[in-house]
Ligand binder design. Sequence first.
Ligand SMILES: [Zn+2]
Length: 244
Amino acid sequence: MKSLTKANLFLKIILLVLLLPLAVPVLIPKVGLAYSGVNYELISKEKIIALTFDDGPHPIYTPQILDILDEYQVKATFFMIGSCMEEYPGIVKEVAGRGHLIANHTYTHPDNLRKLSPEELKWEIDQCQQSMQRISGQNNYLFRPPRGILNREIIKILQEKGYTIVLWGVCAYQREAPTPEMMATRAINRAHPGQIVLLHDGRTDFRWKDVAATRLIVENLSQQGYRFVTLEELKPGNKPVRPY
Ligand SMILES: [Zn+2]
């Protein structure tokens, strides 16, 4: 009986070892992989935080965020979609005029840049950059891919064009943080010198959550002595230090 239990245990261990490689591809996306040459945070010992807003400009949420940022004298970075800039040029000018940084988030926000041909990818990048330069007067070579999706080939094309690629250290909105309060707590708990926080101002109609979370984050972190900076603070040679 005893030897039977032992044999049973042995069999289970063998089975586990055999099945482990199958589990690895499932585990990897959860752990996250850092791409070299991509920025996930600012390297700094100072208490600085970079707030970044993706997917705008939006006619309702972007102005609301601008008012909150002004109230606390905070500057941020807006990764904008080129076609939305064409739709709301007045808001783009407002963002630039109030001293924020505008950066490239493609022209049409394709769901997966890996599915694009190199020509299509280059078009997305160039077209967005042209709209940004013409409308905002800014010409920053900062790029964030939609949904953070990259691969070596995309990185190579961007780097050849002279772009600095920026992802983030913490995204406020997650399935497990569906309310503004939970979103803010998520960002606040992960605050550390150089952290890049991802918030959103466009593409869906529930960005009021990001608006509310922005106020909570700014209020709390200001009280903790954090200073808010734009991604202009990115130093050349900034290395990815951990997965996002
Ligand atoms: Zn996006």
